[in-house]
Design a protein around this ligand. Structure first.
Ligand code: TMP
Ligand code: ASP
Length: 255
């Protein structure tokens, strides 16, 4: 049925060749992984929700002038995107201590950080995406000084905007991970926001109760992952059309 050329398959997404040169189709799978694939389950319906949530957030960010790879959503699981050369960095922005920074620096989870902190990890699954410094990035040429300037400036604007957006719907944006790509346009290199922004790649806590509404429900075996993702979509005002006509809700399928 699917005769499109597959360009790349990651843990949660597949990239196919797009309909025009310079475009790709980004397909959201239902796979949930953690700890670099050591934990893996199929969460029925997750891809549909992440496609919608990421579309919504990329469109809002484009409205405030953030250049992104997003062109349009094509269907429940797929979006058309600009082809970019991915910069091999996971850019993590943190507002509140949680996850690896809490462990690494002995901070209490939930403690507000003195100011937003940006961290970089080198994208290399075989090394478990190690934390790296700006000097590593410059020395190994993973991003040029200009790229890095753009990445830091854009990440900070994205954080400010998303913190406000989520606050407005009663959610704390604890931290998130984003990726950037390069596109050559009119002989100029442009840095674009790429990949996705979804509850897979953010920590989102209910502002009143600190209830986790993100992938930590899966990482930490808390249960209720899909209910949490649906709650985020509902508060954003974008519950997707149901792909389960009987309305029975998603089911967890162990792999
Ligand atoms: P961390 O506290 O585990 O370093 O995660 C920081 C943020 O980055 C958190 O919102 C989850 C997200 N993240 C990813 O999206 N992909 C990853 O591979 C990792 C390790 C974290
Ligand atoms: N996405 C990463 C993995 O599959 C890690 C994570 O999000 O926790 O292992």
């Amino acid at each position: 049925m699917n005769r499109r050329r597959r360009i790349y398959e990651g843990k949660a997404k597949i990239l196919y060749e797009g309909p025009e040169p310079g475009t790709l189709i980004q397909h959201f799978k239902d796979d949930a992984t953690a700890f670099n694939n050591k934990k893996h389950e199929i969460i029925d319906g997750k891809g549909v929700l992440n496609n919608r949530i990421s579309e919504f957030l990329f469109l809002r960010l484009a409205e405030i002038g953030i250049p992104t790879h997003f062109i349009r959503r094509m269907n429940m699981r797929e979006q058309l995107i600009h082809q970019v050369e991915i910069i091999p960095l996971e850019v993590i922005v943190r507002n509140i201590a949680a996850g690896s920074i809490a462990k690494r620096l002995g901070l209490e989870e939930g403690a507000a950080l003195p100011r937003p902190i940006i961290e970089f990890c080198y994208k290399a699954d075989e090394l478990d995406d190690p934390l790296v410094s700006e000097d590593h990035i410059a020395a190994f040429g993973w991003a040029s000084p200009q790229d890095l300037d753009d990445i830091i400036g854009l990440s900070s604007r994205i954080n400010d905007y998303l913190c406000g957006l989520f606050r407005g719907i009663g959610i704390k944006l604890v931290d998130f991970k984003i990726e950037f790509g390069r596109q050559i346009k009119d002989d100029m290199v442009q840095v674009l926001l790429a990949d996705e922004i979804s509850p897979d790649s953010c920590r989102l806590w209910d502002a009143a109760t600190d209830k986790k509404l993100d992938k930590d429900r899966f990482r930490r075996d808390l249960g209720g992952m899909m209910d949490a993702y649906r709650e985020v979509a509902r508060r954003l005002g974008i519950m997707p059309e149901s792909d389960r006509p009987d309305g029975s809700g998603p089911v967890l399928v162990k792999s």
